[in-house]
Design a protein around this ligand. Structure first.
Ligand SMILES: Cc1cc2nc3c(=O)[nH]c(=O)nc-3n(C[C@H](O)[C@H](O)[C@H](O)COP(=O)(O)OP(=O)(O)OC[C@H]3O[C@@H](n4cnc5c(N)ncnc54)[C@H](O)[C@@H]3O)c2cc1C
Length: 433
């Protein structure tokens, strides 16, 4: 059992509280009920409310308590590095693949517009940068840049000198820059969405863990210890934390634990030399190096952590050393904050919309790239649930959950492969291009 760390994050320390929310008491009815107030639940609820539906959103802890309130806050309008628009077309077919890629390509712009509209503090549209650690990675970056440009998106290829100037880091072969990306305070975004939901008339309940979902007349009854919601339609937006509430959805993803640190604070002079453009950086390594500045002058980033006993202390030291190695201008690095979160990974790294029964749905949108994606996906999902688009027209195929084969092994694989991945990253980075 790994200790719970939501309250230990930098974001919990620096973010003003969210709105006061009631817990669910007695019997409530709605047109639709959602379970889980992360980005996906809240952005879907906002679209449904705008469509004129009565919406109840039931959260076990508080909005943003899951991955949404404890991520690195990178706003990334693209998928994992191997998933270019061409790969998505191959997976989803030409029409749906293109619609999905357009949704992803526009997701950064959508998020920053929403943040501005809602007055959410800490959102910086400074562009997102993917530096290439090897010549081969540079070629793959260039091919992907060309694909995004062909779809009409502003995605740029930078050379060595440009990357060094934007990051203060030498040794990268170049980078993909997406100017519509950037960074935000993830918990401020989650709490801002909660406020927006309240203002839009969504009945948002906190501290209300859903313990069961059962058929109720023509619809569904979502039960918590204090009360229940009955609605013709129900949606599980519980992401990696679905657990025993729906074992079929749980078995269809690989839960992957990610570790974050926030360092000591640095002054203006260091901030002018390290990542001076304030673009968050996530490079092309298999064990990717990811870093950004926080609003209060700390470097934030992290990666995989093995969930075994005693791992957290060791991982903290490893990341302190990693930051000091990649960003030597920082000098000795100390993690003032360290926390973890869980990412729901699908085998092909693409989101899903599972149909669990008549009017019962489970979207899974995470895959560690959900900050921008969930807002755009939530909007599309809201339109689908409101009857604006059909299942055939929806941006991802409607599926039933399939268990991940050899899930226990698949869960351990990323950690087991880490030393080998790091070795290959090092060899590739040292190879002359
Ligand atoms: C450490 C970390 C770093 C990351 N960094 C980035 C990044 O920099 N950029 C990026 O794009 N993505 C990142 N991600 C991924 C991103 O955070 C997620 O994709 C996104 O937040 C998923 O949102 P969600 O709403 O689907 O799920 P979640 O935010 O996990 O929300 C699910 C909610 O459901 C609730 N819930 C679960 N069970 C129940 C129940 N039984 N009853 C009621 N409520 C329930 C939970 O409490 C939770 O609030 C990161 C993830 C992690 C963990």
């Amino acid at each position: 059992m790994v200790a719970e760390t939501f309250d230990r994050s930098l974001w919990s320390a620096i973010t003003p509280p969210g709105p006061d929310l009631p817990s669910l008491r007695g019997e409530v009815t709605a047109d639709i009920v959602l379970v889980g107030a992360g980005y996906l639940g809240m952005t879907t609820a906002l679209t449904l409310a705008a469509e004129g539906l009565t919406v109840a959103l039931v959260e076990a802890r508080e909005p943003g308590w899951g991955a949404s309130g404890r991520n690195t806050g990178f706003v990334v309008p693209t998928l994992k590095k191997a998933l270019s628009p061409a790969n998505v077309r191959a997976a989803f077919g030409p029409r749906r693949g293109e619609a999905f890629s357009r949704m992803i390509g526009g997701s950064g712009t959508r998020l920053f517009e929403l943040a501005r509209e809602q007055g959410i503090e800490g959102a910086e549209q400074t562009g997102w940068l993917q530096p290439a650690h090897s010549g081969a990675a540079m070629a793959a970056n260039a091919a992907q840049v060309a694909e995004w440009q062909a779809l009409g998106f502003d995605v740029r290829q930078l050379g060595r000198e440009d990357v060094a100037a934007r990051t203060g880091m030498d040794g990268y072969h170049g980078a993909m820059l997406i100017p519509t990306g950037g960074q935000l305070n993830p918990l401020a975004y989650a709490r801002g969405l909660a406020r927006a939901c309240q203002q839009a008339g969504v009945r948002l309940f906190a501290a209300s863990p859903v313990t069961g979902i059962a058929r109720d007349g023509l619809g569904w009854r979502v039960s918590t210890p204090g009360g229940s919601v009955s609605a013709p339609r129900a949606v599980l937006t519980t992401n990696a934390l679905v657990g025993r509430l729906c074992p079929a959805v749980d078995r269809a993803v690989i839960p992957t634990r990610s570790f974050q640190i926030a360092t000591q604070r640095f002054g203006a002079e260091t901030q002018a030399r390290v990542l001076p453009a304030r673009s968050p950086v996530a490079d092309t390594r298999r064990h990717l190096f990811a870093a950004r500045w926080s609003p209060d002058g700390r470097i934030v980033g992290g990666g995989l952590v093995h969930p075994g006993p005693g791992r957290l202390a060791r991982t903290r030291r490893r990341f302190e050393q990693r930051f000091a190695r990649f960003l030597p201008q920082l000098g000795p690095v100390r993690a003032d904050y360290a926390w973890t979160g869980t990412v729901a990974v699908t085998l092909d790294a693409l989101p899903r919309l599972h149909r669990l029964g008549d009017g019962l749905w489970a979207p899974i949108a995470c895959n560690g790239r959900g900050v921008a994606l969930t807002g755009a996906f939530g909007h599309e999902l809201g339109r689908f649930l409101a009857g604006r688009v059909t299942a055939e027209e929806f941006v991802v195929p409607v599926t039933t959950p399939e268990p991940v084969p050899l899930r226990a092994l698949a869960t351990l694989a990323p950690y087991a492969w880490l030393p080998w991945s790091e070795f290959r990253d090092r060899i590739e980075a040292e190879r002359p291009s």
